[in-house]
Design a protein around this ligand. Structure first.
Ligand code: ATP
Length: 194
């Protein structure tokens, strides 16, 4: 079976951009956070259990997951958040296992925002962190999402500090300059993994 490289980075670090470069190089990428969003809508068993935990309003009339309602419910309630994660995470793990079974490359990448926080790096052959200076990340997200400096900073403050992630990561891409440099670093790292 293929080697799994965990790909992560904080808000605005450029991990999705790196993931696209990796796909261009011909390696498959599993987008955990995107898949989780799909699964909560498609998996009926999950839907029942989330409603049991948080209420009928967790899904709208069309049966679509109400992200805002759920976020408000678990905000400042660690216990509920943990229970919600205990429902969603195993479903994503199974989805990933089904996905990886279909892969034929020797290397696959798994993009996960909370790779280190959830200790999912333990299930990977190696971890690849994308990082950049705080100011640069804030500016990029302000441009991308039309958020204020303070709004982005607030999200950032809730995430694991970059210096801790750098210590844990097997490989680090420093995304402080331009896309050309980012692409070059990505190629070097991907082809140096053995
Ligand atoms: P999030 O976790 O918030 O989704 P992310 O880590 O996936 O963020 P990206 O979406 O890849 O980050 O990058 C954030 C923004 O910065 C995007 O708009 C992207 O196009 C831009 N960007 C990333 N790297 C660079 C770079 N080196 N030069 C210029 N723009 C960049």
């Amino acid at each position: 079976s293929p080697k799994i490289i965990g790909l992560t980075g904080g808000i605005g670090s450029g991990k999705t951009t790196v993931a696209r470069f990796i796909e261009e190089l011909g390696f498959p990428v599993y987008y955990s956070d995107d898949r989780a969003k799909t699964i909560v809508n498609d998996d009926k068993d999950l839907q029942i259990r989330i409603k049991e935990l948080l209420g009928e309003q967790s899904y709208d009339k069309e049966g679509l997951y109400d992200r805002k309602f759920v976020a408000d419910k678990v905000f400042n309630n660690k216990d509920l958040l943990q229970k919600l994660n205990e429902i969603i995470h195993p479903a994503v793990r199974i989805d990933f296992e089904n996905w990886i079974r279909k892969q034929t490359k020797y290397l696959v990448f798994k993009e996960t925002a909370l790779l280190f926080e959830l200790k999912l790096n333990r299930q990977c052959y190696k971890s690849l962190l994308v990082t950049a200076e705080d100011n640069i990340r804030i500016k990029r997200v302000m441009d991308r999402d039309h958020k204020t400096y303070r709004e982005v900073e607030t999200i950032m403050e809730k995430q694991m500090p970059e210096k801790d992630k750098i210590k844990i990561a097997d490989c680090v891409i420093y995304n402080n300059t331009n896309l050309e440099d980012l692409k070059e670093q990505t190629e070097k790292i991907v082809f140096s993994i053995e």
